[in-house]
Design a protein around this ligand. Structure first.
Ligand code: AKB
Length: 316
């Protein structure tokens, strides 16, 4: 049995991860949410939920005590483009919030998963097959909070023994809950446009490669790393994980295999483009494979087939 608190349970990752955890574990899987983002439908009906604002340490502590939580998934964050527009709020959620979570975890002996991102790397990190341990010198507030979060999480492990673990997520692609304010969001939006028969206006230029992953693989990574035997861990916060890397032209041409008249035009967003240009083309995930057996299941083509099928089933 496992008792888990998911902070940010109604967001892009949280809405699916909470349901997946409920299907796997028999304990309390608590959907933590903030006012105005209440769980709905199956997420609301299938288990307990509680208001947990990550900036409110008392709310976290009370929920952890009430449901005898042993593991916290800390998914509260602003994505990269929004974090650039609201840097102060990004720090408050990403860093002050993480500090609250780690302090509660230290006192109540919880394990903590906090996602990191390809955004920890900057323009002077190696671009291709970016290694696990290399320069992390981002110039975005998103990247600054993710690098600092990795360091703080490792500190809590070495100093206090808190079982902190993390992966550096690439762009996550899903047909369930849309992302909001990320640099990689185009790779989700493109499928919606294609299925609706609309011309897609791509905010990222041709030739800009970024790592991406289908959500089922992302969820598996978040669960498998928390279940892994730490005896083999050399790293903790955070592991490079990878599944596929493409630019807009490659994903568009893959979609045309299934929707031949799909059209795309470029309408580049300078903010997102600058962020994308500072990120790696692809990550080397050897350490995750060796230390806890990470392996993706979906490539671009199997993801495209599934996305188109599932969006059509949803009536998009
Ligand atoms: C974003 O684009 O901000 C995120 C990420 C890669 O961390 N999807």
């Amino acid at each position: 049995m496992k008792n888990v608190l998911v902070i940010g349970s109604t967001g892009q990752i949280g809405s699916e991860l909470t349901m997946k955890l409920r299907s796997l574990y028999s304990g309390n899987i608590v959907a933590g949410y903030i006012a105005g983002a209440e769980p709905k439908g199956e997420l609301k009906e299938s288990g307990p939920s509680a208001i947990v604002d990550i900036t409110n340490a008392q709310q976290i502590a009370e929920t952890v005590a009430k449901y005898e939580i042993d593991t916290i998934y800390n998914l509260a964050a602003l994505l990269s483009a929004v974090a650039e527009a609201k840097p102060q709020l990004a720090w408050k959620i990403g860093m002050d919030g993480l500090f609250n979570v780690l302090e509660v975890a230290r006192e109540k002996e919880c394990a903590v998963f906090t996602p990191s991102s390809i955004g920890v790397f900057g323009s002077n990190s190696p671009k291709d097959k970016t290694p696990q341990d290399t320069i992390r010198n981002p110039k975005t507030m998103y990247g600054v909070t993710k690098v600092s979060g990795e360091l703080l999480s490792d500190y809590y492990f070495t100093r206090f023994g808190v079982d902190t673990r993390s992966v550096r997520f690439p762009g996550l692609i899903s047909y369930v809950t849309p992302p909001g304010g990320g640099t990689t969001d185009y790779a989700v939006d493109i499928y919606y446009s294609a299925v609706k028969g609309e011309t897609f206006k791509c905010p990222i230029s041709e030739g800009t490669f970024m790592d991406m992953m289908y959500m089922p693989d992302g969820l598996r990574a978040a669960i498998e790393i928390m279940e892994a035997d730490p005896a083999k861990f050399v790293h903790r916060n955070s592991f490079n994980i990878a599944a596929m890397s493409f630019d807009p032209a490659i994903i568009a041409s893959n979609i045309r295999k299934y929707i031949p008249d799909f059209k795309m035009e470029y309408e580049v967003d300078p903010l997102r483009q600058a962020i994308a240009d500072s990120w790696p083309n692809s990550l080397d995930d050897t350490c995750a494979r060796q230390e806890w057996g990470w392996k993706p299941e979906y490539d671009l083509d199997s993801m495209t087939r599934d996305m188109i099928e599932k969006l059509r089933e949803k009536g998009i």
